[in-house]
Design a protein around this ligand. Sequence first.
Ligand SMILES: [Mn+2]
Length: 413
Amino acid sequence: MNNELQRRREQLLSDLPLNGMVVLIAGKGVKRSADADFPFTVNHNFAYLTNINEPDAILMMIKLAHRTSVTLFIRDIDLTLQKWNGKYISIEKAKEVSQIDSVMYVSAFESSFMSQLTRAGVNRLFLDLERLNMTDRPLAGELFAKKIKETHPALMIENIYPAIAKMRTVKSDAEVKKIEDSISITKNAFERMLKHAKTLTSEFELQAEFEYELKRKGASPAFDMIVAGGVRATVLHYVENDESLAEDQLVLCDMGASKNFYNSDITRTFPKSGKFSDRQKLLYNIVLEAMDAVFERIKPGVMLKELNDAVLSVYEKRLKDIGLINDRKEISNYYYHGVSHFLGMDVHDVGQTENMVLVAGNVITVEPGLYIEAESIGIRIEDDVLVTEEGYLNLSECIVKTTDEIEGLMSNG
Ligand SMILES: [Mn+2]
């Protein structure tokens, strides 16, 4: 990991133009209400390059003709606040975690930044200007860009976000291992939940079983878990989880553990009673067939759109067979999302761009679904997959999935 952090920084520096400077900001906790903040989430691009999980920290990297430099700034220690909020990271600890030799307190940042502009001749500033929507709250990088534009109107400001996002799409062995660790916790938590499912009566009780196991392993939910019984499973982002479950319902659970910055994202659908009805089994196996068709297509050079086409081809045939549709166009009444997204430090991970093709080292989800509101049935099955030189490796193969496996585990509950 240590060499890996340095390698990432070196890669970014090697792509940086001469006299360029990168400034990445860890960010702050967001106010929740009164004097309470939401839990702090570090900027993931900052963490990718530093492994530091601290508010207010800043990474500064410079590339000049005669030298490059990497400096980390951490919060100045406040003895009074430490009594309330716990210990701040020390310079020594920050050096160890980040593998950066030059670590200073953040109170020294402004003068250091200024001297790079005035004395070292930096003339291009690269910031993380990630933005998805016009109305999103500006992140630290954009706020910093605004401030610098006022004081240094001639300084060229550019966006480093796409370059880091692209690096993040290719996972190292160590990153894959962390995703596997999160998957393994998810597996245990799901099995715990499944064994209790027959005796529990509400969605939130199932959620509690899952999250209990996460907490026990020092993990946290990667996202708001979905536990959706019956017709609620046809709503893609149902997260209320506050209804009771009926014996004849299928229960869709979209869930994942997050640990050490890396996430898992798994969906399983099972019968509340422990036994699939014939109809449920028929539909479930169509989704499973679509999933296998996607797996067969995964390899370097393939576009995500082609993976989705694999689902549509299976659905076109099978949904016609069972009389649900007459035409391929009608599939969208029953399947209305993409089959895949990138997974990593973010659950919907960064770096996914139009027309990009898969390369070895990508980690993607495979998650076909089938949602029939009129029958109160929603089915989604989701695995996490590593793209390899030869094809793919299903990282979540270990989690029960076939109807027999699910019924078997539930009968041992
Ligand atoms: Mn997903």
